[in-house]
Write a new protein. Structure first.
Length: 215
């Protein structure tokens, strides 16, 4: 029986994908770097620094650590400027009803994200107080597919990994959940989650009974 649900944030709880894409594209255009939807797809679940490495490698650009830090800071500044526009209207369909029903049934919930902006973003969309624990890259520097962020989340809610389900939209996060010994539900189109056996197009398509395997 599932007793806890751990959510990724970007693309699962909040529609931030377009904002990340726009801010990476802005940086790429300013720096003359190649960036497209295919490269962007490879960034799911990665930290900002790891994402920058992918973007730079796609154009064969080599930068010193200080140069990389400056580029990462510019990308984050562009993202945060866009994120100021976020409101509860940017929650994907199904998020609020699902959280309400999980709480009603006494199911623990947590957020485990590779973002360093998790708490400010959840605050802007009105979700920061809806979870029993929030863990992000400020708390656990190891990023997905390392399982550390998920293991810390389940520790904080007082459950074993085998008692928890992860909801993810990226392959790095799916792999991290598997390494943590947790069940996983992929959310998003099938082509973005190849080989993920349990998947839904969106949280609006998920019932709590199915999510928790309640018969």
């Amino acid at each position: 029986m599932i007793r806890g649900v751990v959510f990724d944030m970007d693309g699962v709880l909040v529609r931030t994908d377009a904002l990340h894409y726009q801010s990476w594209r802005q940086l790429a255009e300013e720096e003359g770097l190649r960036f497209d939807a295919q490269i962007n797809q490879r960034l799911r679940g990665l930290t900002r620094t790891e994402s920058l490495d992918v973007v730079l490698a796609a154009s064969g650009r080599v930068c010193s650590p200080p140069q990389k830090q400056a580029l990462a800071d510019r990308k984050n500044a562009a993202f945060l400027a866009l994120a100021q526009r976020l409101t509860p209207a940017d929650l994907p369909p199904g998020v609020t009803p699902l959280l309400d029903e999980l709480r009603r049934r006494g199911i623990k919930t947590a957020v485990a994200s590779s973002s360093r902006n998790t708490r400010p973003i959840l605050t802007r969309v009105g979700l920061v107080d809806r979870f029993d624990a929030i863990v992000d890259a400020n708390d656990v520097p190891l990023s997905k597919p390392d399982p550390a962020v998920f293991l810390r989340a389940v520790e904080l809610i007082g459950l074993a990994p085998a008692e928890c389900l992860v909801i993810e939209d990226g392959l790095a996060g799916v792999e991290a959940a598997r390494r943590a010994g947790m069940a996983v539900l992929g959310v998003g189109p099938a082509e973005s989650l190849p080989g993920v056996p349990r998947r839904a197009d969106s949280l609006a398509d998920v019932t709590v009974d199915a999510l928790l395997d309640v018969k």
